[in-house]
Design a protein around this ligand. Structure first.
Ligand code: GUN
Length: 298
């Protein structure tokens, strides 16, 4: 069997188009605003933040960027977040992670108004999601869920294995799959017989950050494989010193067995920013007492 490729780039473009349509339709109620806060000069984060800003403007939202020096004090950062919490033109706040080591990440994230926490990292949103209540949902797992729902229709009763237990992807992904009535297992670095555990799954979500760890012999024939990993590895076949991006799944061998699979790049990656915009729209609608945008929430 050769797997269907789930085209995350096209899917993300469609999500952004639907967000843009809704933003235009709601113009009479105001303009959604997203503030991104970047502390320090991590080059990867700068590229990511620039891309976020561009796409925010493209869907018709207000984009605000706060770039702060590496040695910004915690008090100054908390003051900025407080100002953004109280700014009626801002509906979503994202503090780019990782923060420089002298800043307490938990304290900073938990100072964001939960209603504006478009990353879904605030402890209130984590608790709401865990108890099946309305919350802001982390962007990457939300993107994975959208692609899975699109591919399967109902996920009810399916066996899902999430590989990885991070707060950003693994844990919220498991909660979302459980909410959609999957039988959920979280596998991780200490899991015994991990290949056998994964082989039971109708749905595999790999989010461990280990290049090409999951191979085709781990996959149940016909399963859906969602690869969240983005790992840069040496690619001597492309020339000396060259690199390429790969996922946590060995694409060729998994695609031989799976029913559907997301590629890297062009799979889950583009969905993260698309879902950030969807979350900002959701936060805007909630703040105005408007119905939530259909098909763009968990
Ligand atoms: N750094 C890498 N990914 C993310 C993300 O989704 N949100 C935030 N805030 N920081 C990140």
């Amino acid at each position: 069997m050769t797997a269907t490729i789930i085209d995350g780039k096209a899917f993300a473009a469609d999500v952004r188009a639907r967000v843009a349509e809704k933003v235009a339709a709601l113009a009479g109620h105001g303009q959604p605003g997203l503030a991104v806060v970047l502390v320090g000069e991590d080059p990867a984060s700068e590229v990511y933040v620039k891309s976020k800003g561009k796409m925010t403007v493209e869907v018709g939202m207000k984009s605000v960027e706060h770039k702060l020096p590496t040695d910004t004090s915690e008090a100054d950062l908390l003051k900025l977040i407080d100002d953004l919490n109280n700014d009626d033109t801002i509906h979503g706040i994202l503090v780019q992670l990782p923060l420089p080591g002298h800043l307490n990440e938990d304290l900073v994230i938990n100072s964001i108004d939960p209603a504006k926490d478009v990353d879904g990292f605030h402890i209130s949103n984590v608790g709401l999601l865990g108890t099946g209540q309305k919350s802001m949902v982390p962007c990457t797992p939300l993107g994975c869920l959208m692609m899975l729902r699109d591919h399967h229709g109902s996920l009810s009763g399916l066996d899902a294995v999430v590989i990885g237990r991070s707060n950003i992807v693994g844990k919220p992904m498991a909660q979302l799959l459980l909410k959609d009535s999957c039988t959920v297992t979280i596998a991780h670095s200490r899991t015994k017989n991990i290949a056998e555990v994964v082989k039971r799954a109708d749905i595999v979500v790999a989010a461990v950050g280990r290049a090409e760890m999951v191979t085709g012999d781990w996959i149940k024939p016909g399963a859906t494989v969602i690869d969240v990993g983005i790992n840069r590895i040496d690619a001597p076949e492309k020339g000396e010193g060259k690199t390429r991006l790969v996922g946590d799944c060995h694409f060729d061998s998994c695609a031989e067995v799976a029913g559907a699979i997301t590629p890297v790049p062009g799979g889950v990656g583009p969905m993260t920013i698309a879902c950030l915009l969807a979350n900002t729209l959701t936060a805007f609608c909630r703040s105005k007492g408007l119905p939530e945008p259909e098909g763009l929430t968990a």
